[in-house]
Design a protein around this ligand. Structure first.
Ligand code: MF3
Ligand code: CO
Length: 282
């Protein structure tokens, strides 16, 4: 453990433009996967599809080989919260499936997760879980536009979950988001709830991955023997949503969203930064 926090790597507009290319490809990989999340597909098959697309586009998967991680995606089904390893598990109607992925273009990393319900939801509790986790992500992103310190992101996520779910959902404690850029995991830590640390100042050039992880019922969890799979002890189901986001002089750019965050930020009264992917002129 270091005593002084690690330095935050602030990115130039040119570097953020490359991170946007990385994030936008990851968005397209997630869209492709969403088409294949159906009853009967194995999690291993989804992993192969992602790997092939990332390679075909000239990018590099960043999870594969990370601290020995054996796959391109983390696919976490039902009571698995995060870091499920793709295998012969066959998806069934009503399953709650979190898909987390990341990639590198020209040295710049992106990281994003979505949670799907396979076919018809089993219960409104499952629908609420997935919806609130997604809302929590956008509340955290929106906080980046208005707040002073990275710690305020966790406060915004905590407040949203408290207001929407009360005691019915719990955060996965001990896990959180992170800075992202020339590595997948950088300073600062981005927690999903209030802590004693205010965190560094939010300022142009800051790029972070925000990733709320919610579990039905209490938050108790255990790690499988594979030392990756994180499982809810209660058997409650879990959801995980994540975006990589850049703070720029002209506002926020949600790097891993198709429209750079324009629609969801607009709904919250925030204008997204111009998207370097579609910028004309200058
Ligand atoms: N998105 C996750 C994270 O930010 C997944 C990375 S774990 C890996 O921590 F080992 F699979 F890479
Ligand atoms: Co992440």
């Amino acid at each position: 453990m270091s005593i002084l926090p690690e330095r935050v790597e602030l990115k130039t507009p040119e570097q953020i433009a490359v991170m946007r290319r990385s994030g936008h490809l990851l968005h397209r990989v997630h869209d492709m996967l969403a088409e294949h999340v159906r009853p009967g597909v194995t999690t291993k098959r989804l992993d192969e599809l992602a790997h092939t697309m990332i390679r075909d586009e000239g990018a590099v998967p960043n999870f594969l080989g990370y601290q020995g991680y054996p796959a391109t995606l983390c696919i976490s089904v039902n009571e698995v919260v995060v870091h499920g390893i793709p295998d012969d598990t066959v998806l069934a109607e009503g399953d709650v499936v979190s898909i987390d992925g990341g990639l590198i273009i020209d040295g710049w990393h992106s990281d994003a997760a979505r949670t799907h319900i396979v076919g018809e939801p089993r219960s409104t509790a499952d629908e609420d879980l997935v919806r609130i986790a997604r809302e929590a992500l956008w509340a955290g992103i929106a906080a980046l536009a208005t707040a002073q310190r990275v710690g305020d992101v966790g406060a915004a996520i905590e407040d949203l979950v408290e207001a929407e779910a009360g005691e019915t959902l719990s955060h996965l404690e001990g896990f959180g988001g992170h800075g992202i850029g020339t590595a997948m995991h950088q300073a600062p830590d981005v927690m999903n709830y209030r802590t004693r640390t205010r965190g560094p100042k939010i300022r142009p050039g800051l790029c972070v991955a925000i990733e709320p992880m919610l579990i039905q019922g209490d938050g108790a969890w255990e790690m499988d023997e594979d030392e990756w799979t994180v499982r809810a002890l209660s058997g409650g189901r879990a959801a995980h949503w994540e975006h990589s986001v850049a703070v720029t002089e002209q506002g926020l750019l949600v790097l891993t969203e198709g429209d750079g965050g324009a629609e969801e930020l607009g709904r919250r009264g925030i204008r997204a930064a111009p998207d370097p992917l579609t910028a004309t002129g200058a």
